[in-house]
Design a protein around this ligand. Sequence first.
Ligand SMILES: Nc1nc(=O)c2c([nH]1)NC[C@@H]1CN(c3ccc(C(=O)N[C@@H](CCC(=O)O)C(=O)O)cc3)CN21
Ligand SMILES: CC(C)C(=O)C(=O)O
Ligand SMILES: [Mg+2]
Length: 309
Amino acid sequence: MSGESSPQKPTSPPPRKKVTIASLHALRQERTPITVLTAYDYPTARAASTNGIDITLVGDSLAQVCLGYSSTTSLTLDEMLHHCRAVARGSSAPFLVADMPFGSYYTGPEDTIRAAVRMLQEGNAEAVKLEGGSEIAARVKALTSIGIPVMAHVGLLPQRHTALSGYRVQGRTAESARSILHSALALEEAGAFSIVLEAIPASLAAYITSRLKVPTIGIGAGPGCSGQVLVWDDVMGTWAGHKAKFVRRFGDVKSEVERGVKAYANAVRDGSFPHHGKEGYVMDDGEIEKLLEMEGDREWLWNPPKPSN
Ligand SMILES: Nc1nc(=O)c2c([nH]1)NC[C@@H]1CN(c3ccc(C(=O)N[C@@H](CCC(=O)O)C(=O)O)cc3)CN21
Ligand SMILES: CC(C)C(=O)C(=O)O
Ligand SMILES: [Mg+2]
């Protein structure tokens, strides 16, 4: 059969090319913005993977948006690994990064390595993300020197919200900005393949990006970064908590979910669901009569409810 005249077979779209650290650096080089989205389970990972996201991040925001904790510091390494494995099963094309949970990288280089190895081996992550500045550069180096890719994270550090008395924009003064810049340079020097800049002024983020060779990923850091990241629930409009200034909602999934749940509950209550014919099963011919005969219940008669729609 010649290819020209035969009709196109309805096939699924060709699998995307696997994103690698090299391909991410190439995007930075050609100034194509890198797209990063968090994912917490198999369906969110699938959606990111099949719709053009470059990096899937299993963020520790998981603690708040999926598990109902009041902050990310409650999340354990085991909880992270459980979600990471689910995301890995659904995220085939994007590069897969996962947050090292609070407390899993402070007690020494050996514990840091052990926890990061679990993230890769048990969680199937390809890289780990660590929050902190120059003070954790040695930890980052301990990981990158043995081939564990690290994404750094500077600026607003949610894992330190208690010490910092809340979530505040960082780097508004020259002194604070310089400290963030020098942290970013130290983390690049320690081998980080990319750096997240969270909640810092746009001019500072653009300047840091110009001083680094590795791509920067901004969240609340303006358009001058090499890429952008947002939390899934913020993008979809399913997060009911505080909406940070940097969030833009691209979907209204919350109202769609409300509509669906209410419609289902109403249909069950008014008897319109399930429909006897369309959504149920029938016995083989004559078998209900046989059953009633066996049970001595020949008088029993079933009148299926009339569908109300
Ligand atoms: N849904 C959600 N989105 C996130 O981006 C996110 C989480 N959860 N959980 C983990 C961390 C916490 N993050 C946060 C949390 C609060 C602010 C916030 O309230 N920012 C203030 C800054 C005010 C200021 O200093 O001027 C804001 O209103 O933007 C920012 C980032 C980012 N991460
Ligand atoms: C918002 C991103 C950068 C993150 O760290 C998270 O989702 O936990
Ligand atoms: Mg995080």
